[in-house]
Write a protein that binds this ligand. Structure first.
Ligand SMILES: [Fe+2]
Length: 451
């Protein structure tokens, strides 16, 4: 299958601008798109009869009275009540939700894991999800979970939605296709996708095996951070987010829909594909974003700003300036600061930090934090450069230097992150990680002028 081949029977709208086949540019735009001509009502949302005999239906991602409300009007072959029957509880033992405090796991610590190894066992988007940490409480819609996915098998006549969360997907290996109610997103490493709460989709493998990271956001939706004095440009620019054009399939085949709801999984059986939205308009939609379009801003004379300067997306909490989740990107950039220790400094932080390496080498940890790997520096746990990074950066000649071949990210939350049983016992934990600081020397002996 080549990149732009559609699933058999899928009919897709023409692109809005023609620049990005299958996608419409912009963040939180009020998009409109139709896969059949005239399917989208004009000038109103709920005509007495819709074209083609379609049903009109609203999907609300915020309370009706939120300002601004985020909602999308869909025009579909069947209303969603026909894609939902009686539910049966099912078990997905590796996908955990907060609160999930494991009595014999010690979450207090600095941890690092090797990449989860691929396996010959068939794993789908649902069975291949491995929760590493949880934070907050899914029932009160605060906090998050961090997952690593291992996917080698497409979902067939099987669909999913999470009522609990929006998912931020960060691929590290392989290519996935998200066939959603609102259109198709093809995703590969160096891109991310945001799948909104409540949106039905299936995930296909375009090129596998696939591995990547997911931040499951229980709380308020991700938004673009305010740039403050930086102004109207740089960091993540709205035009670089892409929402899919409408695409639908009219397939009558026995199918299952799995629903994640308050941390539990339920299955329902239906007789057709639920991906039957022929046209839609609104501002509640899935997106993808190319991380290579992220324009980093940094120090141009001395010191360096807090890592919040690299925030791509932020999910607010009820406390101003204190995110439920920040998604932060450490990518290629120039280092030019004078008389400055250039890597991230030593610190303790009330926020807890889960990092993943997408590719290359991370400057504060030249070894050990490898592509596909994960590290966790939990609430108020000190961390910083290892000895090699410290000595190298303390003695380097400070000329302009390109930090190249590097892309790591952080899921940072205001809540402590609790290890799952899987993270503590099954995942390839590096037992010696904490030793990376052991060889740091005491240099102080009271002599003035010694540096
Ligand atoms: Fe940190």
């Amino acid at each position: 299958m080549t990149r732009h081949d559609l699933p058999a029977g899928m009919i897709r709208a023409a692109s809005a601008t023609g620049l990005h086949e299958g996608y419409m540019p912009g963040w939180a735009n009020d998009f409109e798109t139709e896969a059949l001509p005239g399917a989208l009502p004009q000038g109103m949302n709920s005509p007495q009869r819709c074209e083609y005999g379609l049903y009109g239906e609203q999907l609300s991602g915020t309370a009706f009275t939120a300002n601004p409300p985020e909602r999308t009007w869909t025009y579909r072959i069947r209303p969603s009540v026909k894609h939902s029957a009686r539910y049966t509880r099912i078990d997905l033992p590796y996908w955990k939700s907060a609160p999930n405090v494991v009595p014999d796991a010690t979450s207090l610590g600095q941890y690092r894991w090797d990449p989860l190894p691929h396996t010959d066992t068939p794993l789908t988007w649902l069975t291949g999800m491995r929760t590493m940490t949880t934070a907050g409480d899914v029932n009160t819609q605060v906090g998050m979970a961090s997952h690593v996915y291992l996917v080698n098998t497409s979902m067939q006549d099987a669909y999913f939605f999470s009522a609990d969360s929006e998912l931020l997907v960060v691929p590290q290996e392989g290519r996935l296709r998200f066939c959603t109610e609102l259109g198709i997103i093809d995703l590969e490493p160096k891109e991310i996708a945001i799948i909104p709460r409540g949106l039905v989709y299936r995930v296909e493998v375009l090129e596998g095996p696939c591995r990547g990271f997911v931040c499951e956001n229980y709380g308020q939706k991700f938004e673009l951070p305010g740039r403050g004095p930086i102004g109207a440009n740089c960091m993540a620019n709205p035009r670089d987010f892409k929402a899919p054009v409408a695409a639908f399939e009219d397939r009558e085949v026995p199918s299952t829909v799995t629903v994640k709801w308050c941390g539990q999984f339920h299955e329902t059986k239906i007789g057709q594909s639920p991906l039957d939205v022929v046209a839609w308009h609104g501002n509640y939609a899935p997106y993808k974003y190319d991380l290579r379009t992220y324009c980093p801003v940094g120090a141009i004379l001395f010191d360096h700003p807090d890592p919040s300067i690299f925030t791509v997306l932020t999910a607010p909490s009820g406390v101003p300036g204190t995110a439920n989740i920040d998604f932060v990107l450490f990518r290629e950039r120039w280092m030019v600061a004078e008389n400055t220790f250039r890597p991230p400094w030593y610190h303790k932080n009330i926020m807890s930090e889960l990092m993943g390496n997408i590719y290359g080498q991370y400057d504060a940890k030249p070894q050990g934090f490898i592509p596909g790997g994960v590290s966790l520096h939990n609430m108020m746990l000190p961390h910083g450069p290892d000895r090699n990074a410290f000595e190298g950066a303390s003695n380097a000649e400070l000329k302009a230097e390109k930090l190249d071949n590097t892309m790591s990210f952080m899921f940072e939350t205001r809540f402590p992150q609790h290890l799952t049983d899987f993270a503590g016992k099954e995942a390839p934990l590096q037992d010696d990680y904490i030793d990376c600081w052991e060889s740091l020397e005491k240099k102080f002996d009271g002599t003035p002028g010694v540096k």
